[in-house]
Design a protein around this ligand. Structure first.
Ligand code: NAP
Length: 499
């Protein structure tokens, strides 16, 4: 923590502690703009200024987030942050991702709302949706391996707990904002266990919110529908990678990066930031559009229970955009207007401050918008009792093998090596069964999965599994082995194409 400043206003009580990370590139300019507006709106905040990003990496801290910053967030539990750069050649972990993971901010919330004075292809359709993206799990767990020099694998991790937390968040957000519908977007038709788990948890939780319409759509259809008729969506909740893509798509529908705000919410901690990066070519030039970060700070004010100030700042931004009296370069370009004489970051901020207390003419007042202070429900219904009562049995082993042998030869040999309680049920390559052959021709990539299942009615022992691996290892290079289990009699693994 470098310094602490307070804009506590006389008579308004104790200032609210908030960690502020100015960040890199244009970060300090847009963060200062938001701080000025919040101060002008009369919200008493004790800012704790903290560092993260490029400079920290350059000093040799490979996390990009120094201990002093972590300590500050531990104590304030609320962060307003500018974009952070990950300089090439200083470690590969992004400080943004580190922050999200350190504080387990599991729900990434990205509103996409039609803004007055920001013309798009969809102007007039009333687009007003929120994408709630799971922020920790999925392929972003970053568990990747090279199985062979030419075969890479990434693990998609989806947990019941992680799904439940973010889906709960989405329903609570819909309830708080008086929104009518929550759409769950998955690829459960293909990824039946991972995306399927997310969909099942959604379907289990939906009845707790009878006043909210719950629907499930396949993610590719969501992309299609978003482009065709975005106004049909209200809240969209989805897994990490899906959410990454469709939240950017949604931002594009309503004016792009200069306007895209976001909040990362965990249990009792939240980080607010613009979606865009540090836009280094504009750093220090006072030309960047600060709207995205200002609207992120509106989300922060709601989180802090400052709903009146949040509404005042939001309205002031909307009035400024509606009147077009301070148009930043990016918007001037979109409008085909005079870019050279566009408003500066400071000029735009001045207008927003001047417009505090005014209501936009063309934007309808939201029917209901309640502060973030939701009743905290138990985050995880899948407690130890339920977990322990699920009957689990071992039914076999999948073994990944690198091999140049012809498929039939390899299959015959692995079948011979099986023995004991296990038999070779099949060999597959990249998800398609190749042995015993069902006539499908697949490209040879030197990497197979042998599926060994227990003979009918038998349960393999640990020795059976280890013995099998030992025998395979004498003849082949195996790269990975996965236990095959069933849960309450249901297989805990998928079948290969053609199996
Ligand atoms: P970027 O900083 O978002 O900038 C890309 C382009 O988007 C800019 O050149 C500009 O377009 C436009 N733009 C972005 N913000 C704008 C704003 N507020 N107003 C108007 N236009 C805006 O993306 P990048 O160049 O790919 O990334 C730069 C650095 O930021 C990288 O180090 C990256 O890792 C980091 N980053 C950080 C975060 C974060 O902290 N959350 C997020 C993304 C990226 P024109 O050139 O057309 O004017």
């Amino acid at each position: 923590m470098d310094r602490e400043t307070s804009n506590d206003v006389a008579g308004q009580g104790r200032a609210i502690p908030v960690t502020v990370i100015p960040g890199d590139g244009v970060g300090p300019e847009i963060v200062r703009a938001a701080q000025r507006i919040i101060a002008a709106a009369g919200v008493p905040i004790a800012w704790q200024e903290a560092e993260a990003g490029a400079e920290v990496f350059r000093r040799g801290d490979s996390s990009g987030v120094p201990a002093a910053t972590r300590d500050s967030i531990e104590s304030t539990r609320v962060v307003l942050k500018g974009p952070l750069e990950t300089p090439v050649g200083f470690g590969e972990k992004s400080a943004n991702v580190t922050l999200r993971k350190l504080f387990e901010t599991y729900a990434n919330v990205r509103p996409a709302r039609e803004l007055p004075g920001v013309p798009t292809r969809y102007s007039g359709e009333g687009v007003d949706l929120v994408v709630v993206r799971e922020n920790i799990e999925d392929l972003y767990a970053g568990i990747e391996h090279l199985e062979t020099p030419d075969v890479a694998q990434g693990l998609k991790i989806i947990t019941r707990k992680g799904s439940e937390k973010v889906i709960r968040y989405a329903f609570e957000l819909a309830r708080r904002e008086g929104r009518a519908k929550v759409t769950c977007a998955t690829k459960a038709n293909i990824m039946k266990l991972t995306e399927g788990l997310f969909k099942r948890v959604f379907e289990e939780m939906a009845p707790e919110y009878p006043e909210i319409q719950a629907e499930h759509l396949i993610i590719d259809n969501v992309a299609h529908q978003l482009v065709k008729n975005p106004a049909q969506f209200d809240v969209v909740v989805t897994t990490n990678l899906n959410g990454d893509i469709i939240s950017d798509l949604a931002s594009g529908l309503v004016g792009g990066l200069g306007f895209a705000s976001s909040g990362n919410y965990g249990d009792g901690v939240a980080i607010f930031e613009a979606v865009h990066g540090s836009a280094p070519k504009y750093a220090g030039k006072d030309v960047i559009n600060p709207t995205a970060l200002i609207l992120s700070s509106v989300m922060m004010l709601r989180y802090l229970g400052q709903s009146a100030a949040a509404a005042a700042v939001e309205d002031a931004v909307l009035v400024t955009l509606e009147e077009g009296s301070a148009v930043t370069q990016d918007l001037a370009r979109q409008l085909g207007g005079d870019v050279e004489h566009a408003a500066s970051t400071t000029g735009f901020t001045d207008r927003v401050v001047a417009n505090l207390g005014r209501r936009p003419r063309t934007v309808p007042v939201r029917a209901r918008l309640i502060d973030e202070t939701v009743e905290r429900r138990p985050a995880w219904s899948y407690g130890t009792d339920r977990y322990a009562s699920i009957a689990r049995s071992l039914v076999g082993l999948d073994v990944m093998i690198e091999s140049d042998m012809a498929v039939d030869e390899l299959g015959d040999e692995l079948a011979r090596l099986a023995g004991g309680a296990l038999r070779l049920a099949m060999l597959e390559s990249r998800g398609t069964k190749v042995y015993p052959s069902i006539g499908l021709s697949v490209d040879h990539v030197r990497w197979y999965r042998g599926r060994f299942l227990a003979h009918d009615g038998r349960t393999p022992s640990e020795e059976d599994l280890v013995g099998l691996l030992g025998r395979i290892a004498t003849r082949h290079r195996w790269t990975e082995a996965l236990r095959l289990q069933s849960f309450d009699g249901e297989p805990g693994f998928t079948r290969a194409q053609g199996e």
